[in-house]
Design a protein around this ligand. Structure first.
Ligand SMILES: [Fe+2]
Length: 174
């Protein structure tokens, strides 16, 4: 279950996390951990098919996949180095954590971030244009379902000239 650190507080209650994040236009849902008949990509997607379909319908996501990172992943540090500096995307970053854990630090103003640790059963959406950074914990392991509106939008953008990126991300309905 997720951990939210914000303004000196550590919050672990899912509904409280949802309330705090929603006040900053960051969707969070606790889908919980479900037993899987097999843990193949198809098995993972089938296990959470109902919630995937609901989100796709609600927010116009068109495709999904499953990504896995662990210490055996080739060039793991190189991959992570793309996302540990502050960046944003022009598509939502939608992540449902199936296994492992990862940390999102997400800007809520130009100078303040929430720290969200995603654990199995957690769905988080970093809205398009919202600056954030992502890194793994000491486990160096995560497996996630990702949803996309447009795969071509999945690039990290680093320049800091994007005044108004927070405002551009606030249209997201939670
Ligand atoms: Fe990102």
């Amino acid at each position: 279950m997720a951990i939210l650190e914000f303004r000196g507080e550590t919050i672990t209650d899912p509904s409280s996390i949802q309330t705090v994040l929603a006040s900053h236009s960051i969707p969070y849902e606790c889908w919980g951990v479900r037993s899987m008949t097999n843990d193949s990509v198809e098995g993972v997607l089938a296990t959470y098919a109902d919630d995937i379909a609901r989100l796709k319908s609600l927010h116009s996501y068109v495709t999904e996949d499953v990504i896995a990172l662990d210490p055996a992943t080739p060039n793991l540090d190189g991959l992570l180095a793309k996302f540990s500096p502050e960046h944003h995307h022009t598509d939502d970053e939608v992540r449902f954590t199936v296994a492992g854990e990862g940390v999102f630090e997400i800007n809520v103003t130009e100078n303040e971030r929430v720290k969200f640790t995603a654990q199995p059963g957690d769905l988080i959406v970093v809205p398009a244009w919202r600056r954030h950074l992502f890194y793994l914990t000491g486990q160096k392991t995560i497996r996630c379902i990702r949803l996309f509106k447009d795969k071509t939008g999945w690039e990290a953008h680093y320049p800091y000239s994007q005044a108004g990126t927070i405002e551009r991300s606030l249209h997201y309905s939670v």
